[in-house]
Structures are given as structure tokens and as C-alpha cells.
Design a protein around this ligand. Structure first.
Ligand code: MD3
Ligand code: FE
Length: 217
């Protein structure tokens, strides 16, 4: 009766840790690919450099960003939007490397989203002190599609709230290699990142990089 032996054990896949309804943490899911992911991110940043953008309110973000895929996320004084071209270079965003796409699709599938087809990957770079204020991600056309996030480098304290800005937030530590799939009722939840604590990561040094895969159109 081998079935009994394995009952309750995750013998056939990664540990799925539910964070909230619709949000699933796959701890360490990206770790086996960390070196290849970092190499791919460096190649993207060589084509579309990280830059600190300005919000419609006129504040420069502390997080530096770039994108890959057929669409990239941009903000300036005129608003937030997805655009096929990098405003800094005038060229299309670098293509989404197959490794990144496959990782996002596999993570989504583990969380029950079998047909996730990301067309945008926003790449956020945090240096010590950088943070992201509480916000919702609602610039994507189909909010039925999840967002898949991949954390690399220094650990961060992630804030996860409710559907109202004033709802109480829960804190989670997101560490190197952690992947979270945000779908269903979690998709429109307010969320943010506390100021990054200084430290030294073996592969990335004094920084944290977060990838978010989205279906923008
Ligand atoms: C929950 N990035 O790029 S990743 C963002 O760590 C963003 O850089 C953060 O929020 C970061 O928009 C958080 C986790 C995340 C991403 C998108 C979400 C959580 C989410 C969308 C809906 C709900
Ligand atoms: Fe967000």
C-alpha cells in the first residue's frame, strides 16, 4: 500500500504554501535556475537599462525598473501604461527569454492557472532603503490572469493587504528563489515592499531583484 506511505507528503512537486485566498507561495521554486536567471537579467539590462521612473505625481521611484516581453510597464508625468517600446531607447523591449517564460508558466500551472501566457515581465531592482508603497496592479486588461512574482537576491518584507488601501496588512518574508502566484481574490489586493534592509547576497550583492510576469493585453 504505497499510497498510504506517501499520504500527506509532497513527493510529487514543490511545496505550495497558501498565503491568502488566490495567493500561493512556491518557496525556492526558482532557485535551481538562479544563475541562468541572473545572466538573462543582465542581458536584458544591457539592452534596456534599469532606470528610476517618475510617478504621475512627480515623485521619482526608489526602485529601478526595466522590462522584457512584448510590453513593458512605464510611468511618467502623464500616467502609468504598458508600452511596446522603451521610452529611454525608443526600441522595443527585449524579448522574454524562454527560460523566464517557462518558469512563469510552470509556477502558474502549479497554482492552478494552466494557460497563463505572460506578455510582459517587469523587472524591479531594489538597493538598500528602496521600497514600494502600497498599491494595486490594475493596468492589465484581463485581471482574470494571475501575476507571477520571482524574488532574487536580498530578502524583503512584503506587505499584503486587502481590497481597500486601509485594510490591515500582513507581512511575509520573500527570499531568494521564492515564487508567488497572485490570482483570484488576491489579484486586486493592495501590496507593497518595506524599505530593503542592507545585506550581502552571494550572487547579487547588495540588491534584490523581483520579476513580475503579467498578461497585460
Ligand atoms: C499581489 N512588485 O511590480 S512582487 C509590482 O517585490 C510589485 O517588487 C513587488 O508589486 C516587488 O507591481 C511585489 C509580489 C506581487 C506582485 C504583484 C501583485 C504581489 C501582488 C499583484 C497583486 C497582488
Ligand atoms: Fe504590484
Amino acid at each position: 500500500m504505497t499510497a498510504d506511505l506517501f499520504d500527506g507528503l509532497d513527493v510529487a512537486g514543490p511545496a505550495r504554501e497558501p498565503l491568502a485566498p488566490g495567493a500561493v507561495l512556491l518557496r525556492g521554486f526558482a532557485r535551481p535556475y538562479d544563475n541562468e536567471l541572473i545572466t538573462a537579467i543582465e542581458a536584458i539590462a544591457a539592452q534596456a537599462p534599469f532606470r528610476r521612473m517618475v510617478t504621475p505625481g512627480g515623485h521619482q521611484m526608489s526602485v529601478a525598473m526595466t522590462s522584457c516581453g512584448s510590453l513593458g510597464w512605464v510611468t511618467d508625468r502623464s500616467g502609468y501604461r504598458y508600452d511596446a517600446c522603451d521610452p529611454d531607447t525608443g526600441r522595443p523591449w527585449p524579448a522574454m527569454p524562454p527560460l523566464l517564460r517557462r518558469l512563469a508558466e510552470q509556477a502558474a500551472s502549479e497554482a492552478g492557472f494552466a494557460d497563463f501566457a505572460p506578455d510582459a515581465c517587469l523587472i524591479n531592482r531594489y538597493e538598500p532603503g528602496a521600497k514600494m508603497s502600497l498599491h494595486q496592479d490594475r493596468d492589465e486588461r484581463d485581471i482574470g490572469a494571475p501575476i507571477v512574482s520571482v524574488s532574487l537576491g536580498l530578502p524583503a518584507t512584503f506587505l499584503f493587504g486587502g481590497l481597500k488601501r486601509t485594510d490591515k496588512t500582513q507581512r511575509y518574508r520573500l527570499a531568494h528563489g521564492d515564487v508567488v502566484v497572485w490570482g483570484g481574490p488576491a489579484r486586486l489586493a493592495f501590496h507593497g515592499v518595506a524599505p530593503l534592509a542592507d545585506g550581502e547576497h552571494g550572487l547579487l550583492g547588495r540588491q534584490r531583484i523581483n520579476l513580475t510576469f503579467r498578461r497585460a493585453r
